[in-house]
Design a protein around this ligand. Structure first.
Ligand code: KG4
Ligand code: ZN
Length: 365
């Protein structure tokens, strides 16, 4: 990446200041993200400096259904995409003529939603005569750790915990993502959403549980299982935990009691945080990787961030946390991921199709 090259050049000198007159040509990537229920556009300079970050959330449209309705999502993306791109350009102070490449999520995600952003990005790249760069959404989440952080570099171990994915990924370079553990059923975010729904909290469930748990007493009378925590591998499972919460709530109702929402939310959150932290730290120690990073919507969770900070410190690991606004879906992370490909001249063909089931390869695959 260009800024890494610049940093190297600077490091060889006696001072850390940039040599006067060093020709650094900035470049600007327009990122587009429409894989689920956020229509997002952003302009990013040299892969890491955020010039604009526009997100139009569809949460209000889907809330009544308790989850994302694909058909509604596609239509809403179509309605909002032009507005978001225009706003991202305006806020960045850049014109279309300044854009050097268009980066867009092509998978995984909802097929109709992905196609909306992908078609828009293709049209724009074609009209501007600039490269199109298709981005894997999961790699985008991981790359949120580079945003506004010019010194962060691989290798590192990244926990990806979002609504659709939970995985431990070893990142050895801008183009190297190796899964060493993943969920065998529900994603962590999905478990948060389902537990919240059972507790009568609003959608999306993660922030609602995070909030409710803050008001819990701290005398943990409820104890939920920690699925697969003691197994000698780095895989996760969250569907049993979700069922344990549902069973607990039903039992409380059977004895005509109302479940205590803050206490139940805190007990559930603690179980998820325990498992995610334990496995992440164990994987970092096992693979002898000193840098640990978090990514995905669940990494915005306040209890997870606090626990990871503590656990990494106790184990001599350095923790990197993206700003919470870059944990959930955004287009900055898409532009940031694409910058590695842009620098390597790896552009997408205009026949690029949406890949709803796109995934990262497991180690050894
Ligand atoms: O990364 P993301 O925006 O979208 C996907 O790629 O899935 O993640 C959304 C997920 C949702 O399940 C949401 O409940 C969860 O992230 N989430 C949280 C928090 N904020 C968002 N989970 C726990 N605590 C939070 N503060
Ligand atoms: Zn996401």
């Amino acid at each position: 990446m260009e800024d890494i090259l610049v940093e190297k050049a600077v490091k060889t000198g006696k001072t850390r200041a940039l040599p006067v007159g060093l020709p650094i040509k900035s470049n600007y990537i327009l990122g587009i993200e429409t894989s689920c229920d956020e229509t997002a556009a952003a302009v990013v300079e040299n892969g890491r400096t955020v010039l604009s970050n526009v997100i139009h959330s569809q949460i209000d449209l889907h809330r009544a259904y308790g989850g994302v309705v694909p058909e509604i999502a596609s239509r809403a993306h179509l309605e909002k995409i032009s507005f978001c791109v225009d706003k991202a350009l305006e806020e960045s102070g850049k014109a279309l003529a300044d854009i050097n490449a268009v980066a867009v999520t092509y998978g995984p995600g909802l097929v109709g939603a992905l196609l909306t952003g992908l078609s828009y990005a293709k049209g724009l790249a074609l009209a501007l005569g600039v490269p199109l760069i298709g981005v894997n959404h999961i790699e985008g989440h991981i790359c949120a750790n580079y945003i506004d952080n010019s010194r962060f570099k691989p290798p590192f171990l990244c926990l990806v915990a979002s609504g659709g994915h939970t995985a431990l990924v070893i990142v050895r370079g801008g183009d190297s993502y190796e899964v060493v553990g993943q969920t065998t059923d529900d994603a962590a975010g999905e478990a948060f959403d389902k537990a919240a729904r059972a507790l009568g909290l609003s959608y999306p469930g993660g922030p609602a549980i995070d909030e409710a748990a803050r008001t819990a007493s701290g005398n943990r009378a409820i104890n939920f299982p920690r699925p697969r925590m003691s197994e000698d591998n780095f895989d996760f499972s969250f569907s049993g935990l979700k069922s344990a919460v549902l069973n607990y709530i039903n039992k409380e109702r059977e004895r005509e009691a109302r479940p205590d929402v803050p206490e139940t939310a805190a007990a559930f959150q603690e179980a998820v945080v325990d498992v995610l932290t334990e496995k992440t730290v164990r994987a970092a120690l096992h693979y002898k990787i000193k840098k640990v990073a978090l990514s995905g919507g669940v990494s915005a969770n306040s209890a997870l961030r606090a626990r990871m900070r503590r656990a990494c410190k106790e184990n001599g690991l350095t923790l990197y946390l993206p700003d919470t606004r870059y944990c959930t879906d955004n287009a900055v992370m898409i532009a940031t991921r694409s910058y590695f490909d842009y620098c390597a001249g790896k552009y997408s063909d205009f026949s690029l199709n949406a890949a709803p089931g796109l995934r990262l390869a497991r180690a050894g695959e």
